[in-house]
Design a protein around this ligand. Structure first.
Ligand code: GDP
Ligand code: MG
Length: 334
């Protein structure tokens, strides 16, 4: 007769006592130099790591910290990331290729959200490692939806982000046990994406899952996205950050012109919204809001390109674009 208890698996991460939990957290959070040896080994190592999780858990913040440069825009608003963003970092003989994804959208089923979800599903296949990001101590239906998409045969790390917001560590033990029952995670990493030491430690943790194979990118490359693409993303970030919650997330940015003349860039962009009322919100009183969006975006673009930028932004109404598959495609979504 069995006692009905699940046999512990070799990768059982659930600590049985508070002391065991404390020891585990201490070990998991201790600063450890990257496992990568300083001198290159026989072969190069290179692999794809998908960063997945529901909206707003800190995936893009993590990617930017891992790459060491802002390549994925972030904001307080939930649907900020809309594209598959690849960022890489080469440490010693190992090249880590990270793929940031939009959070899986469950609330509305329009053409835009269907496209975002296809991007997520596409990203988790054919990777060497999955980093499943959740907010430490939390798990709801939206997390469950993303977890259900993970292929069973790819190793997955449970990254409990925003650990800085956890004040009572004892509460983590039952949560962690529950998480381990939901999926056979290879490792548990409690951390904060905005803590540099935590981020560096992650390289040493991911290292062993990447196969020995030639690098896919140059040692200094940080992203496969163009400056033109980054221009649209940066404008969209300022738009999201500088407008209130009344502005629906179905506004987007398209680049009409991106010209380079030596160290100078001439950029013309259009912000597309769904309603006349939204247009007013973006332009603001006497054009103040739009001016600020433009100024902040221009400064950031100048930092990115290391040169001067002339930026013009227009606002246009295209009602129903987010419900229209063809329009969603022409606006650059997969
Ligand atoms: P994404 O939607 O998963 O890509 O999430 P973002 O990277 O855009 O981050 C969402 C919000 O969480 C932003 O306001 C971040 O500053 C914040 N955030 C990210 N990581 C941490 C963390 O480790 N601790 C805290 N306190 N906030 C974080
Ligand atoms: Mg994001």
């Amino acid at each position: 007769m069995t006692d009905g208890k699940k046999a512990p698996t070799p990768t059982d991460l659930s600590p049985q006592t508070p002391d065991a939990l404390e020891a585990m957290l201490t070990q998991a959070m201790s600063t450890r130099a990257s496992n990568a040896p300083a001198v290159p080994t026989v072969g190069q190592r290179c692999g794809l790591i998908a960063i997945v999780g529901k909206p707003n858990v800190g995936k893009s913040t993590l990617l930017n910290a891992l790459v060491g440069q802002k390549i994925s825009i972030t904001s307080r608003k939930a649907q900020t990331t809309r594209h598959r963003i690849t960022g890489m970092r080469t440490v010693g003989p190992t090249q880590y290729v990270f793929v940031d994804t939009p959070g899986f959208q469950t609330r509305h089923s329009n053409a835009l959200n269907r496209s975002l979800n296809r991007t997520v599903v596409g990203a988790v296949n054919d990777v060497d490692l999955i980093v499943f990001v959740v907010e430490a101590g939390q798990f709801n239906q939206a997390d469950a939806k993303v977890l259900s998409l993970l292929p069973a045969n790819t190793p997955a790390i449970l990254l409990a982000n925003k650990f800085d917001l956890i004040h009572r560590r004892a509460e983590i033990a039952p949560w962690l046990k529950e998480m381990q029952e939901r999926h056979n995670f290879a490792e548990f990493v409690p951390m904060s994406a905005n803590n540099a030491r935590d981020v560096e430690r992650l390289f040493g943790i991911c290292d062993k899952y990447l196969p020995e194979q030639p690098w896919m990118y140059g040692a200094d490359e940080l992203t496969d996205r163009s400056d033109r693409f980054m221009a649209a993303e940066i404008i969209r970030e300022k738009l999201f950050r500088l407008t209130g919650d009344e502005l629906p997330y179905t506004s987007t940015v398209i680049i009409d012109k991106y010209e380079e003349e030596g160290n100078l860039r001439r950029v013309a962009a259009t912000i597309v919204v769904e309603r006349d009322g939204h247009k007013g919100m973006i332009i603001g009183e006497k054009g103040e809001k739009l001016k600020r969006i433009g100024t902040e975006a221009r400064h950031e673009l100048e930092t990115l390109t290391g040169g001067k930028v002339f930026l013009e932004i227009w606002v246009k109404v295209r009602s129903g674009w987010a419900d229209d598959d063809a329009r969603v495609k022409t606006f650059g979504y997969e």
